[in-house]
Design a protein around this ligand. Structure first.
Ligand SMILES: [Zn+2]
Length: 64
C-alpha cells in the first residue's frame, strides 16, 4: 500500500498542526509532539484524535 505524494504533503497533525511521520509499514501516522498514532485504513489516513492510539515512550523517542 502507499499514499499519494500529494496527500502526504497535505498531512499535518489535526491537534498541533505540526509535521507528522507517515509510517506506511505500520499503517499509522505518528505525531510525536502529541504522542499519538493515527490509523491508515484502506489507504485513507484517519486524522481524528478519537481514533488515534497513544504512542509508547519508546515510539515517541524513536527517530526515523
Ligand atoms: Zn500533533
Amino acid at each position: 500500500m502507499s499514499l499519494a505524494p500529494a496527500l502526504k504533503a497535505l498531512l499535518v497533525c489535526p491537534l498541533c498542526k505540526g509535521e507528522v511521520d507517515i509510517r506506511e509499514v505500520d499503517r499509522e501516522i505518528w505525531c510525536r509532539a502529541d504522542g499519538l498514532a493515527f490509523p491508515i485504513r484502506d489507504d485513507i489516513p484517519v486524522m481524528l484524535a478519537d481514533e488515534a492510539r497513544t504512542l509508547t515512550t519508546d515510539e515517541r523517542l524513536d527517530r526515523p
